[in-house]
Design a protein around this ligand. Structure first.
Ligand SMILES: Cc1cc2nc3c(=O)[nH]c(=O)nc-3n(C[C@H](O)[C@H](O)[C@H](O)COP(=O)(O)OP(=O)(O)OC[C@H]3O[C@@H](n4cnc5c(N)ncnc54)[C@H](O)[C@@H]3O)c2cc1C
Length: 416
């Protein structure tokens, strides 16, 4: 549950994520189901978990959250919360099966930023939106909330995106980019696809238009916007590209000299091997600043850096890796140079899904090849179970949740 105290402090540690999870657990059942859509504002009690910044960076795992929730509640009572957790899994899988949607989006952000800034009228409109100066009270307040806290309630994100697209008439890609700069949980798949969903690009015949009565009701009357004319007609739905086959690797050869690589997409490397025996060296490659061409806010950068430091400290506590065998960088070139010196045959890394970390790993891979160092990207079992099913809409995907949970449980039991 978000309280004024929790919202103001976003400590990036795993410990803090676990602390919040424990506080939220009693509320994950009927209370969440009934009240999750109400947004009483950043300094009020909301009935959601506020776990997304930890889940996004995998310093808290969906599997452990689901396990703890199901210890406290029956599946039926916690079904709504469980489904929300699986929305993220669905978006991650959907984009992983269609990486072109991300590259097209990135190209549009670059082009649109250039074009819009070159045109006086659109520059004025966008600048007003970025600074929360549009005259639409609720929207301006959410801009400030986003910039100050790095977080918005899910319903506020939906209203924000629909006002951005349909009342302000600004291309959705620029709004999605603004979110990625400022959200502590900024995530290529969930963010891009949620914006596409609001714009009407994801589900045929479905578009999310702003509704003043809905905003008034679910903000507890804090806002009562006046209906504005539509400034943009809903985008035309296009059939998405067909899903590709995933190349799934879930284990690696422990008889080779191996280094461990951490990225901001998975801060719990323990599933990759035993810290004491398996790794000769450990490196961090942080690509989070590439979430947007403009970079990320200081607050987001501090959260990602803090999370990576926490992860490294927790990991190194269990190893005998000497300090000169630990390296941290944002530069692929510098990492490749360093790895060339530490005498390893392969580097093992948790699979980084579509986004800047994956792009950085692709580049690193090309630089390691001539050095004779292989890169092994290990996909978590839970992802390998669920992602290949994100081929159609969420409705079809969510029917499979009970069987995903059964398969994930079996994997956990076999591994322990
Ligand atoms: C336009 C738009 C952009 C968004 N961008 C992001 C983003 O960049 N990163 C991000 O993590 N979420 C994003 N979301 C989804 C959702 O708003 C957040 O995950 C949620 O608000 C996080 O708050 P919470 O942890 O309190 O959620 P809770 O309601 O407590 O849910 C628990 C967890 O389930 C997952 N979840 C909940 N709702 C959704 C959803 N609609 N889609 C996917 N996963 C969900 C999250 O991991 C969340 O932490 C976006 C939604 C919209 C409409």
């Amino acid at each position: 549950m978000i309280t004024p105290e929790t919202q103001l402090k976003w400590l990036p540690t795993r410990y803090e994520g676990l602390r919040r999870l424990n506080r939220f657990l009693p509320h994950a059942g009927q209370q969440y189901s009934r009240l999750r859509n109400f947004d009483y504002g950043p300094l009020r009690n909301n009935h959601v978990s506020s776990l997304s910044p930890w889940i996004r960076h995998r310093s808290l795992l969906e599997t452990e959250i689901l396990r703890e929730v199901l210890k406290k509640h029956s599946y039926a009572t916690a079904e709504k919360f469980i489904q929300e957790v699986f929305w993220r899994t669905y978006w991650k899988g959907w984009l992983e099966l269609r990486p072109d949607v991300w590259s097209t989006y990135c190209g549009s952000v670059r082009d649109l930023t250039e074009c819009s800034m070159a045109n006086r009228e659109s520059r004025k409109k966008i600048t007003a939106a970025y600074s929360g100066d549009t005259g639409i009270g609720c929207f301006d307040s959410w801009v400030k909330e986003l910039i100050t806290h790095g977080y918005l309630h899910n319903h506020a994100r939906m209203w924000f995106a629909s006002i951005w697209i349909f009342w302000l008439g600004i291309p959705w890609q620029l709004g999605a980019d603004f979110f990625l700069q400022n959200l502590l949980d900024g995530d290529p798949a969930t963010n891009t696809l949620s914006w596409r969903w609001v714009a009407g690009l994801h589900t045929k015949g479905k578009v999310y238009l702003p509704r003043p009565d809905n905003i008034k009701k679910f903000t507890g009357g804090r806002f009562s916007p006046i209906k504005q004319p539509l400034n943009q007609t809903p985008s035309l739905y296009n059939e998405p590209p067909p899903p590709r086959q995933l190349d799934i690797i879930t284990c690696w050869n422990k008889n080779r000299q191996t280094g461990l690589l951490l990225t901001e997409d998975d801060m719990l490397p323990e599933f990759l091997g035993t810290p004491t025996n398996d790794f000769r060296c450990c490196a961090i490659l942080n690509s989070s600043n590439h979430r947007s061409p403009i970079g990320i806010s200081k607050q987001v950068a501090a959260f990602v850096n803090g999370g990576l430091q926490d992860s490294l400290t927790n990991f190194l506590r269990l190893t005998q890796i000497p300090q000169d065998h630990v390296f941290q960088t944002e530069s692929v070139d510098r990492l490749a140079l360093w790895l060339a010196k530490v005498d390893i045959e392969q580097i093992v890394v948790a699979y980084a899904p579509v986004g800047p970390a994956q792009e950085a790993l692709d580049l690193l891979d090309t630089k390691l090849l001539p050095l004779g160092i292989d890169m092994v990207r290990v996909l978590r079992r839970e992802d390998s179970i669920a992602w290949p099913h994100a081929t159609k809409g969420f409705f079809k995907f969510k029917e499979k949740i009970p069987s995903f949970l059964k398969d994930i449980n079996n994997c956990i039991k076999t591994a322990t």
